[in-house]
Structure formats: C-alpha cells, structure tokens
Write a protein that binds this ligand. Structure first.
Ligand code: C5P
Length: 400
C-alpha cells in the first residue's frame, strides 16, 4: 500500500469544499495511512465530527478542551504527524497561518508542527484573486509549505473561475508523490538556467515569424532540476506550459533578442545552462509600424540573422556546464557533433525529426546524447522521463 504506516494530520476549515474531505480520508485509509482530523469551529457548520470520525477511525478535535477536564494537546497532535494537510484552507485560516494569529486548535497545532505542510486553498473567485490572498500564498510558500492550487470551475457562489479546492485525487497524488519521491538532491546549491519554447519575431504589430515548439521539454527539465534541489531560472518564449514550483523563477520573453538579454542578466550566476529553446534563426530586418496591407500580389520581407544565444553562452563560458539541443532532419549525428564543438558545449541532446514521436509538438521524445568523448542512445519516452535521463547524464558528467 502506497501510504502504509504514514501519519497524516488533516485540518479542515470552514468552506463548502469540506464535503470533499470524506473521499480523501477514505482514500488515505485505503492506502494504509493513519489519519487524524482536526477542524476549525466553523468547519462544523459544513461537516459533522461523526461522519469524519467514522471514516478516520479516530476522534475529531475542534477545540482544546476534552471531556472530564482533559485537554486535546495541539503539541502532541503536531508531533505525531508525518505531514499536515490543511484542506479546505479558507482565506481566513490561510491568513491566520501565515500571520501567527493563534486563536484556535488548528492554528496552534499548525504552529507546533515540524512536519511538511500541504495547503489546498478553497475560496470564491475574487477572494482567491485578491492581492492579500496572493501575498499570503506567497508567504506560505516562503515558509516551505506546498500549495496545491485551487482549480477552475463553478464555485459555490455560482461564479465561474479559479477558487475550487483541488479534487481529492489531485491532493492525494501530491501527497503520495511526496512520500514516494526518491529523487536525490543532486543539484542542491546549483543554479540552472534553461531556455524554452519558441521565439516570435515581429513582422508588424499583429504578425510574427514563429515555430511549433511547445516549450514542454524545457518546462519538464525545469521541474526535474528543481526537484533535484536546483534553483532554476527558466527563460521561455511564448508557450502555454505552466509551472508553480517554488524553486523555478519563470521569465517570459517574446523574441530572440529579448531571450538573449534575459539569459545574460543571469548567466554569471548559472552553474549549468541548458538551451532547449527553438530560437528563430532569422527575424524581419524592419518591423512595420502599422499592419501591412494586402495591396500587392507579392510581399518581400527581408530577414536578418538572429543572435545565436547558445553560441554566445559558449563563447562567454567561464565555469558553466553547457547543454545544447539539436533538432536535425539529415546527417543527424555529424551535425550534432559539429554543433557541440562549434558552440563550445559540454553536451548536446539530439532529437531527429525522422523518429516518430520525437521533437516539437509531441508529449514524447527520443534522444541521443553526445559529449566530446561519449554517445548514449535512449528509447522513446515521455518528456518528463527524458528530462530525468538528461539530468542523470548531467549528474554523471559533473561528478567526473
Ligand atoms: O544551430 P541550431 O539552431 O541548430 O542549434 C540548436 C541549439 O542552439 C539549441 O540548443 C538552441 O536552443 C540553441 N540556439 C540558440 N540561439 C539561436 C539558435 C539556436 O540558443 N539563435
């Protein structure tokens, strides 16, 4: 059982999403965990102690005072737990947690806890979007807590938007991943700079030259590097990928020139540079100030070469370990090896457009890695798995 012997302390606060907590308790118990539930006084308006204690097989506490002059020790509860989950976490409870407003059993227990804390916020659209909530979430993250972000959908008020507590399966997955993660912190203390996505080169105010890169490979690399303990600076062109890992600093750019500038704002600090962006090789010489009219049968746009960001990183390399990508359609291996040398890289990842499932828009990739002296081939895998292979390879190179 995936949660066998784990002690999970769930704090329920007073939101309509409290009804979902029953499913979560049942799931945790089924997977072998011990579950202790505490609630804020308001939570009792939404769920009963009886229904919860029946599922958790333990008494549910809402205040410090037990029967016959006994008391419910928040310190014991806190020290018992392997993890604490606050779900649903209302705006009120979140605010009390981050500001130390200790006026109930839940907050006193939270403030006595030494274990990792997971928070699943739930509130109405405008409350979730309010600057004070945003700041409180940032504060909670800065304490090292894990936020399981609210989801989009229909809210109790009838409004539609972000604010719904994550589904029990999503919360359970975050907690199981935490317990089952055997990721070694091989990149602790290192800064990894990653470029991702396409670049868009403006033709006029509404048109651009771009490509089909999704940014997925770069975002997977960023997630995996941050799991290994690195601080990640992720510089991405236009991409719909998202990340909310607390160790990833995301900088969005549009054009190759902007990407170059951003890269060199941080390059000195980087220990490892990974260029997975599909940077446009050429950009229009002039950007038309107004939308170009379709008056003529032919239109000629003069293109000029963009800066080669990775090549410039290679030229300015002092201590950085540099990884490039090569997406080739012919003479793949020769071209990749030539790039490795020409751009002064430590390692290059080749994906061939001839391999089905490899390259730009796919969820999967099939790669070969080259260093000046080695070559390693990999099977077709998801981009998350490929990111692990790439960083495993980087790890072995750094140990040499
Ligand atoms: O020379 P080519 O574009 O094939 O090289 C690909 C590698 O160089 C990728 O790692 C890509 O991110 C990087 N690159 C870059 N700036 C460019 C073109 C490519 O950083 N202008």
């Amino acid at each position: 059982m995936s949660l066998s012997g784990k002690k999970i302390l769930i704090a329920v606060s007073g939101g309509i999403a409290a009804y979902k907590i029953h499913f979560l308790i049942r799931d945790f118990i089924k997977k072998g965990a011990e579950v202790q539930v505490i609630m804020t006084p308001d939570a009792e308006q939404f769920v009963t102690k009886l229904s919860i204690s029946t599922l958790s097989k333990k008494p549910v506490y809402t205040d410090f005072y037990g029967d016959n002059g006994t008391w419910n020790s928040h310190v014991e509860l806190a020290l018992w737990a392997d993890i604490m989950l606050v779900a649903p976490c209302t705006a009120n409870t979140l605010s009390k947690m981050v500001h130390g407003m200790c006026d109930n059993l839940v907050i006193a227990t939270y403030m006595s806890a030494k274990c990792p804390v997971f928070i699943a916020p739930a509130m109405d659209l405008d409350m979730y979007a309010h600057p004070s909530t945003k700041r409180n979430i940032e504060l909670a993250e800065s304490f090292g807590h894990v936020i399981i972000p609210a989801e989009n959908g229909e809210l109790a008020s009838g409004l539609i938007g972000q604010g719904r507590m994550s589904e029990p399966e999503t919360i359970a997955k975050a907690i199981e991943d935490f317990f089952n993660s055997d990721t070694k912190k091989t990149l602790e203390g290192k800064t990894v700079l990653i470029t991702a996505g396409p670049t868009y080169e403006a033709i006029d105010p509404v048109r651009f030259i771009g490509n089909h890169s999704s940014g997925k490979m770069g975002f997977s690399l960023a997630e995996e590097a941050s799991k290994r303990g690195a601080k990640v600076i992720l510089i991405s062109g236009p991409s719909s990928e998202k990340t909310d890992h607390k160790n990833i600093e995301l900088h969005k750019v549009t054009s190759a020139k902007e990407m170059l500038e951003k890269v060199f704002e941080f390059y000195d600090k980087a220990d490892i540079g990974i260029a997975s962006a599909a940077v446009a090789d050429y950009a229009p010489k002039e950007v038309a100030k107004e939308k170009i009219k379709k008056n003529d049968d032919h239109l000629t746009i003069e293109l000029v070469k963009n800066p080669d960001i990775l090549k410039t990183m290679g030229e300015k390399k002092t201590h950085q370990f540099l990884v490039g990508f090569a997406l080739e359609t012919q003479n793949e291996e020769e071209n990749a090896k030539a790039k490795l040398e020409k751009k002064n890289l430590n390692m290059i990842v080749l994906n061939s457009l001839r391999d089905e499932g490899a390259g730009f828009k796919n969820e999967t990739n099939k790669i070969k890695i080259f260093t000046p002296t080695e070559k390693k081939e990999f099977e077709l895998k998801s981009k998350d798995e490929v990111a692990k292979d790439i960083l495993d390879f980087v790890d072995t190179q750094l140990l040499k």
